[in-house]
Unconditional design. Structure first.
Length: 209
């Protein structure tokens, strides 16, 4: 649903990614193995080539996650962030001052030395702060994993830079889904319309906030 909404709101075209078959083996955590030697990757590549032989296989999320350093004895001055989508790495070992994520419990700021936390994310604004530079994304959902060594892994299903979203299309979509919600006659139609209203409301808040 979010992919359909996002495709309508981008001010310029984005790449599409074909679906592939993932390996069934459990992938070790990034702290257990080197990302270049993660078991199961060869099986994923073989499965991908059967589905899309003319397209290079994408990197899997484990390949974006390098082994973590030990917890330092003193508080670091920077937060190291990995921001990963299923098909791409937006940020890799990026040292920043703060990240604010749209947790289901509310906006959550993550600073160096943050206590270990796992937070479920909802549609909303994610901002990455580095000095006076602030990069903003609208994300659909996902999880944030904050580690004791001032590392934060943010995994999102979809993410769009905020400056690539057309406000006029957001308003139009919000109006359309609100009308659909009012006229929906089945539970499925109501659920789909409600998702559209929620996503567009979150988009509108991100753009005007």
């Amino acid at each position: 649903m979010f992919r359909q909404v996002a495709s309508r709101l981008l001010t310029r075209s984005t790449n599409t990614y074909p679906a592939g078959a993932a390996a069934t083996l459990r992938r070790p955590y990034s702290t257990e193995v080197s990302a270049d030697n993660a078991p199961g990757d060869s099986a994923f590549v073989e499965a991908w080539k059967k589905v899309a032989p003319n397209i290079d296989p994408p990197k899997t999320p484990i390949q974006f996650m390098q082994p973590r350093p030990p917890t330092p004895s003193t508080l670091p001055s920077k937060l190291t962030v990995n921001f990963v989508l299923p098909y791409a790495s937006e940020l890799s070992k990026k040292e920043v001052d703060m990240v604010i994520v749209p947790a289901t419990t509310g906006q959550m700021g993550i600073l160096p030395g943050h206590v270990p936390t796992i937070a479920e994310l909802k549609p909303g604004l994610l901002s990455v702060h580095e000095g006076n530079d602030v990069k903003k994304y609208f994300i659909s959902s996902g999880f944030a994993f904050v580690h004791s060594n001032s590392y934060a892994d943010i995994l999102a299903v979809e993410a769009v830079p905020l400056d690539r979203i057309d406000p006029a299309q957001v308003q139009k979509g919000l109006s359309e889904f609100t009308q659909k919600l009012g006229s929906a006659s089945t539970d499925l139609d109501k659920a789909e319309a409600q998702i559209g209203v929620d996503v567009h409301s979150a988009l509108n808040s991100a753009l005007t906030g």
